[in-house]
Design a protein around this ligand. Structure first.
Ligand code: PRX
Length: 653
């Protein structure tokens, strides 16, 4: 982030104290911070009581072999039982777990009793398919209730799931299936995207031609489109799961039993399989869900507007809310289908009290204008959350004003796939929020901002965000690659978790997140790796070399801009080369990875040691004056690129 952007960020000086009525009844108070600081172990042991354990843990954290943590290690429990059955046993079977709103306008209301019954049926179905504890199951579904049922059925059997976002391509799916040795895939015929059905099953079929080991595919009928079913491998969910008994006794697993693997982009090519385990993850997500959103499960209607294929969907649409017995909204569609007031219509319809979404959505709504939210009754809202990328103060203030009626707190929550749970956030009943600041670590969590030498920076200075103590929902390792886990997160600063984010402490010591410091981009709150997209580009026969950078974008935060050198034999690549390459990236990774802009260039700026100077490419992509070029092998390269791009016939979009 440039100094200018930073000073703009810090120019907004208003403070927003908690509303009086909220402060008076808030879940988290100053005392919570004090208890957590006085005795973190006792604090977390207390939080563990949110769960029903088969064997109560007597240990809290075991950090004897860092960076491999164990939490509540001698406890045993069943994750699905904690999300479903126990609420029914406590007399809340009739409480709605999900108000599902499908994109075509179809709806379903699913109570805790119904959810429990469906999870039991699905668990029986997976058992019949031979799934047992430890087996991996891939879930490649749209945002439909079966996605939650499938996740919980896996959890019930102790079979780690890996949910692959439905927007990823068959290649991306195949890589993930192969990396963690998936045996069963749960998918659908298709999903709805802006009013039209899109294929999922055919992508699974294609993926399975590229990897081995999958013996069964369960197919949910969502769109009713024609799909090919492979005899002996593919089964319809409604036949096979629907025909199962809804009796199933949950088995207790050790707290450190794997719960799921979620792939995410790192700064090198291949996606990383983040491993989360059971007890600590459920404690961390349920506690932070209760704390950051001041959750009152009897009365709140909570809506995480994120896809289940990302960690936000895992932690705050599924596990955290369900452990807490929350009523949630689950929405399949996009914000502008069939009209631009869709979200606000949903909030009015279900009387949503807490909304959790990404700044990119807020900025899009700002562009569309306040006339859309103004047509609906949003008075049920009492809290707003933001996640996924830095929120600019303008968006923060707009969100609070137009959506929150200038009365509700906004919590900007910083966390990652790796952290599993919210780590830095205002507490709605305590913090005097500052627009654009994630403020302070949640009670029980310890973070700092350090300089290159790992020293804590003074207030008013910037550096790298680190976590200084283990936390219950932390990733335990990268699937099958302990060394990469150590190298990526624990080697930059001795004994500290390196998050990969730049941050600043303001004069009060409050934390402002400033974006990634590595080659990871954040596009609409989705994490993308520059190298992953570069690899996709160079796998195209016409491309010799590629460099990808994230350029600042008003709506999506960052946008993908690629510079490619074509192979000599490809000539000028032909008139459609840019389109061809964009389509190729979509096929390799998914439509979300398509570069906004591809520039065909003759050379790339490199340092004397051969490293591509992305900083300079970013300057070009953002139309800035060129920065320092003295370390370039040949500084005329940049002039060449600029001149070439200025030509009217240069092939760019
Ligand atoms: O750069 C930070 C940004 O998103 C990254 C994590 O991405 P992912 O693992 O996909 O998880 C996204 C949802 C939790 C972080 O390294 N990020 C996330 N939340 C914020 C944020 N940046 C600034 N402010 C936030 N509130």
């Amino acid at each position: 982030m440039s100094d200018e952007t930073l000073s703009n960020l810090l120019r907004e000086e208003r403070r927003f104290p908690p509303p009086k009525e909220l402060a008076g009844s808030a879940n988290v108070t100053d005392a919570t911070y004090e208890q957590a600081a006085d005795d973190p172990d006792a604090f977390w042991a207390e939080q563990a009581k949110r769960l029903d354990w088969d064997t109560e843990p007597t240990e809290t954290v075991d950090w004897s072999n860092p960076p491999f943590a164990k939490w509540f290690a001698d406890g045993t429990l069943n994750a699905a039982y904690n999300c479903c059955d126990r609420h029914v046993e406590a007399g809340h079977g009739d409480r709605v777990a999900f108000y599902f709103e499908g994109e075509p306008g179809d709806t379903r209301e699913i109570t805790y009793a119904q959810l429990t019954a469906e999870v039991k049926q699905a668990a029986n179905a997976l058992t019949e398919l031979g799934v047992t504890s430890g087996d991996r199951v891939a879930i490649y579904l749209p945002m439909i209730p079966e996605a939650v049922v499938a996740m919980l059925a896996c959890a019930r059997l102790g079979a780690p799931h890996t949910v692959v976002f439905g927007g990823f391509s068959s290649d991306a799916l195949a890589t993930r299936i192969a990396d963690c040795g998936v045996e069963v895939v749960i998918t659908a015929d298709g999903g709805y995207r802006r009013g039209a059905p899109s294929d999922l099953k055919s992508a699974v079929d294609q993926a399975l031609t590229k990897c081995e080991g999958v013996r069964s595919v369960l197919v949910v009928q969502r769109t009713g489109q024609d799909v090919e079913m492979t005899e002996g491998r593919d089964l319809w969910w409604h036949d096979f799961v629907g025909g199962q008994s809804d009796e199933h006794t949950p088995e207790a697993f050790p707290a450190e039993h794997p719960l799921y693997i979620m792939y995410t982009s790192g700064s090198t090519g291949t996606p990383k399989g983040i491993l989360h385990t059971t007890g600590g993850y459920l404690v961390g997500t349920s506690y932070t869900h209760w704390a950051a959103f001041d959750l009152k499960p009897e009365t709140d209607v909570f809506w995480t507007a994120a896809d289940i294929g990302w960690v936000t969907g895992h932690s705050y649409l599924v596990y955290g809310p369900l452990v807490n017995g929350t009523t949630s909204v689950m929405y399949e569609g996009t914000p502008n289908t069939p009209h631009q007031g869709r979200w606000w219509e949903i909030i009015e319809k279900y009387r949503v009290s807490i909304l959790y979404c990404a700044p990119t959505a807020i900025r899009t709504f700002m562009k569309w204008g306040p006339e859309f939210p103004e047509q609906f009754d949003l008075s049920s809202l009492r809290l707003l959350g933001s996640v996924g990328e830095p929120i600019n103060p303008e968006a923060w203030v707009w969100y609070r004003h137009y959506i929150g009626g200038d009365r509700v707190p906004v919590v900007d929550t910083w966390w990652q796939t790796e952290t599993g749970m919210i780590m830095v956030s205002p507490m709605p009943g305590v913090s005097e929020a500052k627009p654009g600041a994630a403020m302070t670590a949640v009670p029980g969590v310890s973070v700092d901002v350090v300089n290159d030498e790992a020293h804590s920076v003074p207030n008013g200075s910037g550096g790298y965000l680190v976590v200084t103590k283990p936390w219950p929902a932390m990733l335990r390792t990268l699937w099958g690659d302990d060394q990469r886990f150590i190298d990526t997160y624990w080697s930059r600063f001795e004994g500290l978790y390196f998050a990969g984010d730049g941050a600043k402490k303001d004069d009060d010591g409050d934390i402002w997140l400033l974006g990634r410091v590595d080659d990871v981009m954040n596009v609409s709150g989705h994490r993308m790796s520059t190298t992953e997209i570069e690899s996709a580009l160079v796998s195209h026969p016409k491309v010799a070399e590629a460099a990808v950078v994230g350029a600042t974008d008003d709506t999506t935060g960052q946008a993908i801009v690629a510079f490619v050198i074509l192979r000599t034999e490809a000539g000028d690549g032909g008139p459609d080369v840019v389109q061809e390459l964009r389509t190729h990236v979509a096929a390799e990774i998914g439509a979300i990875a398509k570069p906004r802009q591809i520039m065909v260039v003759e050379e790339l700026p490199k340092t004397r040691s051969g490293k591509i100077m992305r900083r300079l490419l970013r300057d070009i992509a953002e139309n800035r004056e060129l920065g320092d070029v003295t370390t370039l092998t040949d500084s005329s390269v940049m002039t060449l690129i600029k001149d070439n791009l200025a030509k009217p016939d240069s092939p760019q979009e």
